[in-house]
Design a protein around this ligand. Structure first.
Ligand SMILES: Nc1ncnc2c1ncn2[C@@H]1O[C@H](COP(=O)(O)OP(=O)(O)OP(=O)(O)O)[C@@H](O)[C@H]1O
Ligand SMILES: [Mg+2]
Length: 1006
């Protein structure tokens, strides 16, 4: 059911707009012929004008370039109709936008934009005849705005200026022929990063707009030569400020960093749109891309118009000012980025006000750093191969029941914590939820009933939000209250259990103090009052009836639009639509109390009185009708209203033959054999009073609604804080659910630098195999103490890459505060995780396969610390075996002596095992193939100490379906090579399998 604001509801129900079906037809009829109703026709069928008078308030926005001179002698006397003129003005002012102009119930495009954009979104093109010739036009029903915005903004990365029709004040238009009735004013520019409540937003991910501010100038165009130490130094010393905002939830963050870390930060934030200062517009696209890193966002430049000098200047856009103490912490690049993002938002929202949460400063020390490649390589949010969600870590561990909970989990997974207390607090909650089925199930059942509170609240903060939103909010507040009760009851029931009960073998029994803390953060008093007011005021049944009516209207309107557009394109006249409109909706309606009201009568004394008045008037109407029926002996008499005729009386059938003589003052308007229509002063007066009374009710409903909205705004902060608590509960329940389903354990985190996993499994491979009824072979890992580097060899397909990733993922999960797939896990906090995995070309950026591999490897060697965790999968495979071995050895050497990080290094270069014998902290592990006497064989995924010099590449080739003849040739070559002293492996077959030792390279590298 689509959301409608109350103002739309009011408009629809006032007497002037009783026939919504005809209203839908108006704009198109303006092109083709007269409109069916007198009132509306003044809007739509003023026809072609020769003179346009424009009042000051209807002047187009901003300073405008003059229109191009018109050709021909009579040019000065001709102009486009006002709508088109207004549209053109807006196109000029918002020159980088698709401009959609509201005309009645439609959004339309004209002129060149039609040619350019209509085909992109499959809009049919029509023509509008004007004195200056036919003008191309395309449009769609206003109810379909989100659908087209999705295509323009989301799919095509365009900016869309929405030009609404604003009714000009009475004084400016009455009595002046040709004066425009409406101004067309761009009220908002919609871009990918400034979505607020559009229903095509991804509910499971935040919709961030990120502003990046660079301190200092960019160097000349980046070239491979610039990847020098000097350029490196430049990147590390150039400060950048980042600031990102999610308008749909009000989240607002800032962070300081350097140019070198920028791509990783951008990847972590995952913005939909990035905005840079307009001074950077001259930089090359490729250079900016290399600085920001590519990845699914649209890029725009902005020149700050309103310069703020300090955080205090942000206050008007915040729900609460930043405290003096916190203000000082913001660095100047952060302030510049914050200014840029807020100014850009102001520029796009135009008149619309928004309230953001006070900015939260993020710092690199708080989070485990996962660089851009590792984020991709570890497939945390999407898979490497095709970028899908299914198969990612998030997919494997997400069992949240609310959308905002899902967003929180996604955020946490890309920024695992570096704080033992934060992690342990999260784990405590997961432990409680895992061990206490009733608590978990009750909480999840409650959470399922909530709405997306943060996004809901944001609608109110921008002055939107309808009756449905209010009710959803009231229900969510109810859930907040009940969740608090559930927690409270749980604590009271279990607070004495203390040491008796050990819920989890890896964890000591919990004191329940942390639950009190959570409970204490739920502030219910104000929100509960708002919820009660909402429930007391809004009539849910009335709202349901309204939804049904709206759905019917909308379906009908869309059907008719299709018909009109099709006919217009075919060049046909569309008279049958007029008939259809009158068929589908009786133009004259019988006036009665059958309006749909969305507020209870008891919502205010005025409403109570107004409803009582209306009832009295409706009673009078019934009496009048009865009296007239008796007097005229016409049982079929009805008292009606229509837009063309106003209030009139109607008789049909045989009754229509009678005379009106007995009625003093009746004035006949028309009669046929079977109908008779006439005015009667009694009914006209009474009808007007009924309309007035209804209008009073609508106005009062609107006032009450505004009051409720105000109450919500007053409680915004409390509601947001409570919503955040619900999200935390959701994430904990999710982790607990996965833990129970898949036998996960609570990890133990400490300050050390070792990584001890017993029976570790890969979260997604394990789940995938289980679905196929297969078993995952669990593996231990104890890297970090004496053994700092594992050098892992083994056959193709025997699980090396899986092992590397599972250990990295277990670390990520543990520091996210989730249970992990292992029998036991004890992990020293990891500051940075690095994963050098697949190789990918980046030809656009002048980077070959091997170049990408080396760039990524170089970053790891430069950045990894003794607290870091590094996985390297087949480094050196993108070049000749000799070069590869050399590079591989050099990396191990550097990691061993310089970085001293925990490292898992998988390779098919078996020579490395021999070459690294002197590296004390390096140990060799391998996987295997078990071969039977009958020629059958199986992979042994269990990791054990040693070196496996067999890659069994041809087994995989055969499994992959390589032709037998090819396999036979390969086997022949392999046998030949083995005989040849120069090779003992299968190196020349391809990358990713084994060459032999290259001792002289080792010596060189050593
Ligand atoms: N521990 C395990 N238990 C069960 N199956 C496993 C295990 N590890 C890996 N597998 C299965 O084997 C497949 C291949 O594993 P993986 O890619 O890790 O092999 P690899 O040794 O890295 O091979 P290559 O040398 O060709 O890169 C996985 O997709 C998974 O289906
Ligand atoms: Mg592999």
């Amino acid at each position: 059911m689509s959301r409608r604001s109350i103002s739309k509801v009011i408009a629809r129900s006032t007497p002037l707009s009783s026939s919504s079906a005809s209203a839908v037809l108006q704009p198109w009829r303006a092109i083709r012929g007269p409109a069916p109703t007198a009132v509306r026709s003044s809007i739509w069928t003023r026809g072609v004008k020769t003179r346009t008078v424009i009042k000051a308030s209807s002047l187009p926005q901003g300073v405008l370039a003059p229109l191009p001179p018109l050709e021909g002698d009579d040019a000065p006397t001709k102009s486009y109709p006002t709508v088109l003129q207004q549209h053109l003005n807006n196109v000029r002012k918002f020159s980088d936008c698709v401009v959609l102009t509201r005309v009645g119930d439609f959004y339309e495009m004209y002129f060149d934009q039609v040619k350019e954009f209509a085909p992109l979104v499959n809009l049919k093109v029509a023509k509008r005849a004007t004195l200056l010739g036919d003008v191309p036009m395309a449009g769609f029903q206003h109810t379909q705005l989100d659908r087209y915005l999705k295509m323009f903004v989301h799919d095509l990365g365009k900016q869309v200026a929405i030009s609404e029709q604003v009714r000009l004040p009475e004084g400016e238009r009455s009595g002046k022929a040709g004066a425009p009735m409406y101004d067309r004013k761009v009220t908002r520019v919609i871009t990918a990063g400034t979505l607020i409540d559009e229903n095509f937003m991804d509910p499971y991910e935040n919709n961030y707009l990120l502003a990046v501010h660079l301190e200092g100038a960019l160097p000349a165009q980046s070239t491979p030569a610039i990847r020098s130490e000097a350029y490196d130094r430049y990147k590390r010393t150039t400060k950048v400020g980042l600031s990102w905002v999610d308008l749909s939830s009000g989240d607002f963050y800032t962070q300081s960093s350097d140019l070198a870390s920028l791509p990783s930060l951008v990847a972590r934030v995952g913005p939909r749109e990035v905005v840079l200062d307009s001074t950077l517009e001259s930089a090359g696209q490729a250079q900016l891309q290399s600085l920001l890193g590519e990845g699914g966002f649209s890029l725009h430049y902005h020149q700050t118009t309103q310069m703020a000098s300090s955080v205090a200047d942000w206050t008007p856009m915040l729900e609460r000012a930043v405290s003096d103490k916190d203000r000082d912490a913001f660095t100047s690049p952060e302030i510049a980025a914050g200014n840029l993002v807020l100014d850009y938002i102001r520029n796009k929202l135009l008149d619309q006000q928004i309230r953001l949460q006070p900015p939260v400063r993020r710092s690199d020390d708080e989070y485990m750093s996962i660089d851009k490649q590792s984020l991709r390589g570890l497939e945390i949010r999407s898979t490497l191969r095709d970028g899908t969600f299914q198969g990612s870590l998030l997919h494997a561990v997400r069992h949240t029941v609310t959308k905002s909970g899902a967003r929180l989990l996604s955020q946490r997974l890309v920024s695992p914590s570096m704080s033992l207390s934060v992690i342990n607090n999260r784990l405590d909650l997961v432990q409680e939820m895992t061990g206490q089925d009733a608590l978990r199930e009750d909480t999840m059942a409650l959470l399922r009933r909530t709405s997306d509170t943060l996004r809901l609240l944001q609608r109110f903060s921008i002055g939107k939000g309808d009756a449905d939103d209010l009710l959803s909010l009231a229900k969510t507040v109810d859930v907040m209250g009940r969740s608090s009760e559930v927690l409270h009851d749980h604590i009271v029931k279990h607070q004495d259990r203390a040491v008796e009960e050990v819920v989890e073998p890896a964890a000591a029994p919990l004191e329940l103090g942390f639950l009190w803390d959570i409970l204490g953060r739920l502030d219910l008093e104000g929100p509960a009052r708002v919820a009660r007011s909402i429930q007391d005021a809004i009539d849910e049944a009335g709202l349901d009836r309204q939804h049904v009516a709206q759905a019917e209207d909308q379906a009908e309107a869309e059907d008719m639009t299709d018909e009109v557009v099709t006919a217009d394109i075919a060049g046909e006249k569309v008279p049958k639509l007029g008939k259809r409109a009158s068929r589908s909706k009786t133009p004259a309606i019988e006036t009665g109390p059958d309006e749909i009201w969305i507020m209870r009568r008891s919502a205010s004394p005025t409403l109570e009185r107004a409803h009582a008045d209306l009832e009295k008037l409706v009673h009078l109407k019934r009496e009048l009708a009865q009296r007239l029926r008796k007097q005229l002996k016409a049982e079929s008499l009805t008292l009606k209203w229509s837009a063309q005729l106003g209030h009139h009386c109607h008789i049909k059938g045989r009754d229509a033959q009678g005379t009106l003589a007995s009625l003093g003052g009746a004035r006949s308007i028309g009669s046929t054999k079977s109908t008779r229509t006439f005015y009667l002063a009694d009914w006209t007066h009474l009808g007007v009073r009924i309309d007035d009374s209804k209008l009073r009710i609508r106005t009062e409903e609107e006032r009450v609604f505004g009051k409720l909205r105000g109450q919500v705004i007053e409680n915004l902060m409390k509601l947001r804080r409570n919503a955040a608590v619900l999200d935390e509960l959701d994430v904990a329940c999710s982790s607990a659910t996965v833990a129970k389903e898949r036998g996960l354990v609570r990890p133990i985190l400490n300050d050390g630098t070792s990584h001890k996993i017993v029976g570790g499994r890969h979260p997604t491979v394990d789940a995938g195999l289980k679905e196929q009824g297969r078993i995952f072979t669990a593996n231990d890992c104890a890297v970090g103490d004496q053994e700092k580097i594992y050098l892992i060899t083994g056959p193709n397909m025997a699980g090396k890459s899986t092992y590397l990733r599972q250990n990295a993922l277990i670390t990520v999960l543990a520091q996210t505060g989730c249970y992990v797939p292992a029998d036991y896990a004890e992990i020293g906090l990891v500051d940075k995780i690095f994963s050098r995995i697949g190789s990918a070309d980046n030809l656009y950026q002048d980077q070959s396969t091997f170049m990408v591999e080396m760039l990524e490897t170089a970053e790891i060697l430069k950045q990894a610390t003794p607290r870091s965790f590094v996985i390297m999968d087949e480094v050196g495979r993108g070049t000749t075996p000799e070069d590869g071995v050399a590079v591989g050895y050099a990396c191990l050497h550097h990691l061993h002596y310089v970085n001293r990080s925990r490292t898992l290094f998988a390779t098919h270069f078996h020579a490395l095992a021999d070459m690294t014998r002197d590296l004390d902290a390096l140990v060799c592990y391998c996987t295997d193939v078990a071969e039977e006497g009958d020629g059958s064989w199986a992979y042994v995924h269990k990791l054990h100490r040693g070196v496996n010099r067999e890659s069994h590449a041809l087994k995989v080739a055969r499994l992959a379906g390589m032709p037998e003849s090819t396999i036979a040739v390969a086997a022949g070559v392999l046998a030949g090579l083995r005989k040849d002293r120069r090779y003992s492996g299968a190196g020349p077959l391809g990358h990713g399998t084994a060459p032999d030792v290259a001792p002289k390279l080792a010596a060189a590298a050593g």
